[in-house]
Design a protein. Structure first.
Length: 339
């Protein structure tokens, strides 16, 4: 009787353990941990020390079978739940703003190569078509939409076209931006130049995020992800960059507020802060750029493809997980420390 009670107690405990480990493991890593740790724990622990009593072999065998079955059921149920909403076979539709060059182009090509359906948004249709031509087509031709993100009408038309073409939206990469006139001291910066940077980097990001929010909240299945393109300037400024730096700091506030407001609707919002990715905008980094000490110095850059891969990693997480902030920079750029 004692052996039978021990086997029964171990079986019950192991079923409970298998359920807990399996569920937590799957929730954290889309089935990999749950399948491994949940089933192995159930199989290995289910036998326990009760096998020593020969008369109870049948009871132990039944207990072991029940434990394994319970663990497998938990793993399968949780994994199926994740696949239905966030799995690789689910429809994946992205909007990339500023997709005609630089980081936007690299991210768009990365997503297209990974099988995403992508809407390319930018001011010049010809550069968007050049971006589209760079990517192998896996889910049909991308949608190219000429868009000025500072225009509420253009932004509304962009997201209307996405809804009509694809039926839903899973990702907005809020990337369109401008540095503005470089090297202009704050006392000499024209108001029009200030306003252009604010309208593009901050107001444009807000308009696109607002439109994405509306669609993600209303669609079925509900939810999606927004990734804002911040900057190292969101942490530390360069000399004579007041408009750019101010808008990138503001973008961090936008990211935090959107992230909080998106929780009830399964809308995950994060930000990637990038330093010295090799694009047209950073060509001057290698020839010499003004430092905080007043000297000119060349700075290292990194491959923009590394940025694109980071964005795709953030984009392809299940909505239960979010990279709130990521910083990707050229390893030796003067940022950490005092230069």
């Amino acid at each position: 009787m004692n052996a039978e009670r021990t086997a029964s107690s171990n079986a019950a405990g192991n079923v409970e353990s298998a359920g807990a480990v399996g569920a937590e493991g799957v929730a954290e890593s889309a089935g990999a941990v749950g399948a491994g740790s949940g089933v192995e724990s159930a199989g290995g622990t289910g036998v326990g020390s009760t096998v020593e009593a020969e008369p109870e072999e049948v009871t132990v065998g039944v207990a072991k079978t029940a434990v394994v079955a319970a663990a497998e059921s938990v793993v399968e149920t949780a994994a199926e739940s994740l696949v239905e909403t966030d799995g690789p076979d689910s429809p994946r539709v992205a909007v990339v703003t500023g997709a005609g060059s630089g980081i936007g182009r690299a991210v768009a090509v990365e997503l297209l190569a990974a099988g995403w359906s992508v809407a390319l948004a930018g001011r010049r249709l010809e550069t968007l078509e050049e971006t589209a031509a760079l990517a192998p087509l896996k889910e049909g031709a991308p949608l190219c939409v000429r868009t000025d993100v500072t225009s509420p009408e253009d932004v509304a038309a962009l997201f209307g076209a996405v809804r009509e073409r694809f039926g839903r939206l899973d990702l907005l990469f809020n990337n369109a931006g401008t540095f503005g006139p470089g090297g202009v001291p704050v006392e000499e910066l024209p108001y029009d130049a200030w306003r252009h940077v604010v309208d593009t980097n901050l107001n444009g990001a807000f308009l696109c995020a607002q439109a994405a929010f509306r669609q993600m909240k209303e669609q079925d299945p509900r939810g999606g992800r927004i990734i804002n393109n911040g900057s190292i300037a969101a942490h530390a400024p360069r000399p004579n960059s007041v408009a750019y730096t101010a808008t990138k700091h503001a973008l961090t506030g936008l990211t935090k507020s959107l992230s909080l407001d998106g929780r009830p609707y399964r809308i995950a919002v994060g930000q990637i802060d990038i330093g010295n990715a090799a694009t047209d905008m950073t060509e001057r980094m290698q020839s010499g750029i003004l430092q905080a000490n007043g000297e000119l110095a060349s700075e290292p850059v990194m491959d923009v493809a590394d940025v694109a891969r980071t964005v795709r990693h953030m984009a392809e997480l299940p909505l239960e997980a979010n990279v709130q902030f990521a910083t990707v920079l050229a390893t030796n750029m003067p940022y950490i420390g005092r230069g």
